[in-house]
Design a protein around this ligand. Structure first.
Ligand SMILES: NC(=O)c1ccc[n+]([C@@H]2O[C@H](COP(=O)([O-])OP(=O)(O)OC[C@H]3O[C@@H](n4cnc5c(N)ncnc54)[C@H](O)[C@@H]3O)[C@@H](O)[C@H]2O)c1
Length: 411
């Protein structure tokens, strides 16, 4: 099932709980604006190529729209639409004053030189600068983009509209970025894992964890949770899984990856396992933090972990979600579990608007506070209404957006 259908399914399940009529559903699902543009680019070898870029602004009832910009060969309008709507529900669940958007260019970022990436980014801004801005739509990094692209967006946007660093987040710290933005999603996953364990009456020191993916999110989550006394028994990246029953020295793994082009292969003192086997280990908590669609109908029954924290976007397919939920597995859904990133982006935007640099301590303190509040809102409502955490998170997000739409007056 494609991302689009999965989001629609979860939306309608929550809308059923809220008793929303068809007219309101249509209004909430329909994006406010979709922009598709051509991006002509001269490659370094002199050839001319015409790329396609999209920006979908889903809903701005609660504030300026917010969402990443991805450079990936699979980018298409349906996917961007689905991800834009997910951002609307995600910003609402964590209760920051934003709506949702998403964008992308259909291109393999790894095939581009730095020079080509810069040209594409500036051309894309040329095409969409009229519809983005610090009060309307604020892009951020996503797959295939990072702080360099964000700095170019800020610079190119400034040529049309004057200096305004709040037009984009995920910038380099030296250029109005936020200290702690890089760790924020992984740290948030860690904070929310501890909150989940606390509600289940589990002490971190009694808990074993397996984490799939050791990139930005997975490595920071592993670091945070091992420092909190959890036993991280397995980690992985696309080179394979690495297992040690007594617990992996996460800092050693971080250092190893840092000196090995970000990769874990060759890590010493661990047993090598297959990535699929990592998912089926008899651990207390499983954290998929790599890619989508790794837990499907085919392997859902083999998953032994009683708690899954969705650090990646959509790691569990809807069919697998049904199987796991029926078995009583506690699943903390992606729209809450990985919302630390967009929350820190909101802090970056707030500090840009204040022209005041936040300290790392302040960022961490505010991040922990907002995520804890969002977690408590979702957990308590889920218990009260007897709904899964995923359906509850969607209910809460959709309800807040619907209320904002109604209060502001829809027509
Ligand atoms: N970075 C953020 O702020 C953020 C925010 C929200 C959601 N996410 C989601 O979290 C996930 C991870 O993002 P990231 O920023 O850490 O990406 P990243 O590119 O830094 O790291 C991805 C990691 O996954 C590994 N990987 C790739 N394919 C794999 C496979 N088949 N099996 C096992 N490991 C594999 C890679 O080797 C790498 O270690 C993505 O789904 C992303 O959409 C990230």
């Amino acid at each position: 099932m494609q991302a689009f259908e999965a989001v629609q399914l979860y939306f309608h399940r929550a809308a059923d709980e809220l008793g929303l009529d068809d007219a309101m559903r249509t209004l909430l699902i329909t994006p406010e604006r979709e922009v598709t543009v051509q991006i002509p680019v001269r490659r370094d070898d002199g050839t001319l190529e015409t790329l396609i870029g999209h920006r979908v602004q889903h809903n701005g009832a609660r504030g300026p729209m917010k969402g990443g910009l991805r450079y990936h060969p699979h980018v298409d309008l349906d996917e961007v639409r689905a991800l834009a709507s997910l951002m609307t529900w995600k910003t609402a669940v964590v209760n920051i004053p934003y709506g949702g958007a998403k964008g992308g260019v259909t291109v393999d970022a790894r095939s581009l030189s730095r020079n080509e990436r810069e040209h594409i980014t500036r051309k894309f801004v040329d095409a969409i600068h009229k519809v983005i801005g610090p009060d309307s739509d604020i892009p951020a990094p996503d797959m295939g983009t990072g702080h360099e692209e964000m700095a170019w967006i800020m610079n190119q946007y400034g040529k049309y509209h004057g200096f305004n660093p709040g037009v984009v987040t995920g910038k380099p710290v030296e250029l109005y970025g936020l200290p702690g933005r890089e760790e924020a999603t992984g740290r948030g996953v860690g904070v929310l894992t501890l909150k989940t364990l606390g509600r289940l009456g589990r002490k971190p020191s009694q808990v074993s964890l397996a984490i799939q993916g050791f990139g930005n999110v997975g490595s920071h989550a592993a670091k945070f949770l091992s420092e909190a006394d959890c036993r991280v028994v397995a980690i992985s990246d696309h080179t394979g899984g690495y297992y040690r029953e007594q617990g992996i020295d996460v800092m050693q793994a971080v250092r190893h990856a840092r000196n090995n082009k970000g990769l874990l292969d060759g890590l010493e003192g661990v047993e090598k396992i297959a990535n699929e086997d990592l998912l089926e280990l008899p651990v207390d908590v499983l954290i998929p933090a790599a890619i989508g669609g790794v837990i499907t109908e085919a392997n859902a029954t083999a998953i032994e972990a009683p708690v899954i924290i969705e650090a990646a976007n959509a790691p569990i397919t809807p069919a697998a979600d049904d199987i796991l939920s029926q078995r009583g597995v506690v699943i903390l859904p992606d729209i809450l579990a990985n919302s630390g990133g967009v929350t820190a982006s909101y802090f970056e935007w707030a500090q840009n608007r204040q022209f005041y640099q936040w300290s790392l301590d302040r960022v961490r303190g505010e991040l922990d506070r907002l995520l804890t509040q969002a977690f408590d809102d979702v957990w308590e409502r889920s218990k009260k209404q007897g709904l899964s955490l995923r359906t509850t998170a969607f209910v809460l997000g959709i309800e807040r957006v619907a209320r904002a739409v109604e209060l502001a007056g829809v027509a």
